[in-house]
Design a protein around this ligand. Structure first.
Ligand SMILES: C[S@@+](CC[C@H](N)C(=O)[O-])C[C@H]1O[C@@H](n2cnc3c(N)ncnc32)[C@H](O)[C@@H]1O
Length: 248
């Protein structure tokens, strides 16, 4: 819905599609994954620890009307703003640290685009749920889990609640105990789950970076469990019939 440092909008189509009608983003940010996958037809639960980011969602979900978003003023390059919702449109690392920002032509353009997105899609998010808190406050239900934390190490230092505050082995344990699809995002070098490369991104000055993925499909896991149960039941029945008709 809005510009945000680390949002997945440009690459969201490369991630597996949800197998469940409920999507949970325990590290919500701008929630590009939920927004991409039929936001209006699914149950969407967002969890975000940064209160200022959660407040944007609270406003969009509970308060903002179409008229409100249509009447948001444009930003003019050169002017200054203290609004957090404007500041994050610079899509810059450590946006939370700025109290005031000078509007650049890029920021003004990003803001103009977001205003149009708000007006067009606001009605699609009105049934979404937002929890302001730690990822562990997510409800323990079967769903598609899109888990996109601040990346391990330096690249995850751009948030108020950064990689320095996360225990990644706890996060891995927690992620693996979710019911349903588990989609975990990371950067190169992350080692707390068996990540595989998803795609390579071209950055500025010829620099490239790899996006990594850990994926466990909930429906495939369910099928395997059913298959195992049926196999065990089959073996038990064989045992029963052997007991009923003991070989002479
Ligand atoms: C990489 S961003 C998510 C980007 C998002 N997928 C998108 O498309 O915009 C990570 C988010 O996790 C939040 N965060 C950091 N630590 C958290 C925690 N312990 N629990 C919940 N959210 C947290 C950060 O504030 C940040 O908004």
């Amino acid at each position: 819905m809005f510009y945000y440092y680390g949002r997945k909008k440009q690459i969201v189509r490369y991630y597996p599609s949800p197998n469940y009608n409920t999507i949970i983003e325990p590290f919500a940010g701008a929630a590009a994954y939920s927004f991409h996958h039929n936001a209006s037809e699914r149950r969407v639960i967002l969890v975000e620890k940064d209160q200022k980011v959660a407040n944007i969602w609270k406003w969009l979900i509970h308060d903002a009307t179409l008229r409100d978003v249509q009447s948001l003023p444009d930003l003019q390059p050169g002017e200054r703003s203290t609004e957090f919702l404007h500041i994050i449109h610079a899509a810059t690392k450590m946006a939370f640290a700025f109290k005031r920002i000078k509007v650049t032509p890029v920021l003004a353009r990003n803001w103009e685009i977001s205003k149009r997105v708000f007006a067009k899609h606001l009605h699609e998010v009105k049934h979404w749920e937002i929890i302001c808190g730690d990822y562990t406050a997510s409800p323990d239900i079967e769903a598609t889990w899109f888990i996109d934390p601040p990346y391990q190490g330096e690249s995850g230092m751009g948030y108020r609640h950064s990689s320095a505050q996360l225990d990644y082995s706890q996060l891995a344990k927690w992620a693996l105990s979710r019911k349903g699809d588990i989609i975990c995002c990371e950067g190169e070098g992350a080692n707390y789950l068996p990540f595989v490369p998803l795609l390579e991104l071209k950055g500025i000055a010829g620099k490239t970076s790899k996006e990594m993925l850990f994926y466990r499909s909930g429906t495939r896991r369910r099928q395997l469990q059913l298959f195992e149960m049926q196999a065990q039941q089959g073996a038990a029945l064989d045992g029963d019939s052997a007991a009923l008709h003991p070989r002479q």
